[in-house]
Design a protein around this ligand. Structure first.
Ligand code: HGY
Ligand code: MN
Ligand code: MN
Ligand code: MN
Length: 399
């Protein structure tokens, strides 16, 4: 099998043009947006040219299928609202190049996937979560984005392409290549990371409801200002979580919707996202209790009501030992002395796919550790090293 780095880079740059942000190399390609659908149609053409059978499932996961039992490679091509050009796309396009080279060489059988809504416009890694059975389709259909659009409405945009769900039995294993999205490899000067585990996550929307009122006439002591409730919650939760976490635990209030969001109105309500991640499922559960207790405490103290949305969750996931050995053999050959093992603090479709088959992941460095931002990037030499390790692992597994 002869992998072609030039062809791989060329495809990667072609894909970047679809939904290009115009700022740095960034992309704006959220799940089911025009740009996301255009990118999937482009990718379907590339898969077909590579000798793969194109298949869209009911949620918009796009597969390029090889004949017979195959190794599945891929990731996702949707992006964050402000996304980097490599997050997800790298694993899909590297998989495409390996599958194409394998097809040209007459084997081994390699299939490719681009999962839908990995970036969680609706849930957490929604497309692979539904395919793997982590999330029921009926439950997913009821999920809403921050503008109130339901998953059912969004996926209907792709209904004209959809066939049934792909039978996972045809795949022997899944390998996902990705950028690290953190600073470890960049700061140690390593080119390749072989992933040991992926952290777990919990994500929940919380709403404080107070009393909307006039910002000029309402005395301070009579206000029920929802922003003040969020502000108090934020200070208190940082304090209280600090007592039970490790240096690797993280939590984020990343989306805030203040209502009605006007200078001269005391805000009547606020809905915000509370997300927390850790490698230990028990700690995640303990953090949930602290979060609920703290929000209830703020509600009691301020006389405002609090509501909790549905809890989204993914458990921590360990990578398959045999697949890791294949990646390590590739890393030793391609980047001797410049690879190491590390955990993933970002989530990946691999967590869901692990319900169906053995999975593993490899990372290449992110310059400055930056991702989920337009200025995300990776050195070309590192992208190519990752591609070669992926190809080498596939060859190793088929021998
Ligand atoms: O947020 C994550 O870890 C993933 O990239 N969606
Ligand atoms: Mn990603
Ligand atoms: Mn991401
Ligand atoms: Mn007025």
């Amino acid at each position: 099998m002869k992998i072609d780095p030039e062809r791989f880079l060329c495809d990667l740059h072609e894909l970047r043009k679809i939904g290009a942000s115009g700022i740095g190399k960034g992309v704006i390609r959220p799940a089911y947006s025009d740009a996301d659908i255009a990118a999937r149609k482009w990718l379907a053409g590339r898969m077909s040219d590579a000798g793969l059978r194109v298949h869209f499932d009911p949620v918009g996961n796009l597969f390029g299928l090889a004949e017979g039992p195959s190794i599945l490679l891929g990731s996702h091509t949707d992006s964050q609202p402000e996304g980097g050009w490599l997050d997800g796309s790298l694993g899909v396009i590297a998989g495409l190049e390996v599958a194409r080279a394998a097809h040209e060489a007459g084997g081994p059988a390699v299939s490719v996937v681009s999962f839908q809504d990995e970036e969680g416009r609706f849930g957490v890694t929604t497309g692979s979560a539904v395919w793997s059975g982590q999330t029921e389709l009926q439950a997913a259909d009821l999920m809403t984005d921050h503008d109130g659009v339901t998953f059912a409405e969004a996926r209907a945009r792709m209904a004209e392409y959809a066939s049934g769900f792909v039978d996972p039995e045809q795949f022997k294993s899944y390998i996902e290549m990705h950028i690290e999205q953190g600073p470890s490899l960049d700061s140690s000067g390593d080119q390749i990371g072989v992933v040991s585990d992926i952290v777990g996550i919990r994500d929940m929307r919380i709403t404080f409801k107070g009393q909307q009122n006039h910002a000029g006439t309402t005395p301070m002591h009579l206000r029920k200002d929802a922003f003040q409730a969020l502000s108090a919650f934020n200070v208190e939760i940082n304090d209280r979580l600090a007592d039970i976490v490790t240096p690797h635990t993280v939590w984020t209030i990343g989306h805030v919707a203040l209502h009605p969001n006007a200078s001269s109105i005391v805000p009547g309500s606020v809905t915000f996202s509370m997300q927390w991640r850790d490698a230990d499922a028990d700690r995640l559960a303990e953090m949930e209790q602290v979060i609920r207790t703290t929000a209830n405490g703020v509600s009691d103290k301020t006389g405002m009501s609090v509501e909790f949305g549905a809890l989204l969750w993914l458990e921590p996931q360990t990578m398959d030992a045999n697949l890791r050995l294949a990646l390590e053999a590739g890393a030793k050959a391609v980047a001797p002395e410049k690879w190491r093992t590390l955990p993933s603090g970002a989530l990946h479709d691999a967590t869901n796919v692990a319900r169906l088959m053995p999975v593993a992941m490899l990372f290449v460095p992110s310059i400055g550790g930056i991702s989920h931002a337009f200025d995300e990037d990776t050195k070309e030499a590192d992208l190519i090293a990752g591609l070669k390790v992926l190809g080498s692992a596939v060859t190793h597994l088929s021998n």
